[in-house]
Design a protein around this ligand. Structure first.
Ligand SMILES: Nc1ncnc2c1ncn2[C@@H]1O[C@H](COP(=O)(O)OP(=O)(O)O)[C@@H](O)[C@H]1O
Length: 175
């Protein structure tokens, strides 16, 4: 299983839809959590739910036995036992516009953009010993991001090693 993770708004859902259209199995984590009765109380800040990770990992066993690649779409995905973690990134200004368009309050936009500037999810993902790749989704289309993901799963992962994306220059604007 391969995790597709990243700050809300970076493009996980869009690239997951593109991967599905190419015939890949992509598990929508919220649907999976609902189906298995694993949705805990809502975490407004991260626009997600608190989840019992042990129970979640057990419930994902069915996908680990599947042939071929199975992707997990969610910013929780990097906390699941995966074989690879793909962290999608987005330029803070572009991310802010996307989250505003989604109707997030200014505080929630700022909170999520700050997490992106601080590499929060990348740091969480690289905490484990699971291979991590980082993809800048700021300007490419979802199809171009899916092309990159296909290159990574076909063995060209080195080009997208973590650490090449740095938004620290935006620190002043968002903190
Ligand atoms: N590669 C992209 N290029 C332009 N806009 C994008 C791209 N990926 C996503 N978007 C737009 O950004 C917003 C957030 O994308 P979404 O896939 O829902 O992000 P996430 O699932 O990470 O929260 C949506 O309005 C979507 O249309």
């Amino acid at each position: 299983m391969i995790a597709i993770t990243g700050t809300p708004g970076v493009g996980k859902t869009s690239v997951s839809a593109e991967l599905r259209s190419r015939g890949y199995k992509v598990v929508d984590m919220n649907d999976h959590l609902r189906k298995h009765g694993l949705l805990g109380e809502r975490d407004e800040g991260r626009d997600t739910y608190n989840v019992d990770m042990e129970a979640l990992n057990d419930s994902l066993e069915e996908y680990r036995e599947e042939e071929g690649f199975v992707f997990l779409d969610s910013h929780l995905a990097h906390e699941c036992d995966c074989s690879r973690i793909l962290v999608l990134r987005c330029d803070p200004h572009i991310l802010a516009k996307r989250l505003e368009a989604r109707g997030y309050s200014p505080e929630k936009v700022r909170e999520n953009v700050q997490a992106e500037v601080l590499d929060v999810i990348l740091c969480e993902a690289t905490d484990s010993d699971i291979p991590v790749n980082e993809i800048d989704c700021s300007r490419g289309t979802a199809s171009e991001v899916a092309d990159i993901i296909e290159r990574i799963i076909k063995g060209k992962a080195d080009i997208y090693r973590p650490g090449n994306i740095d938004w620290s220059g935006e620190m002043e604007e968002w903190f």
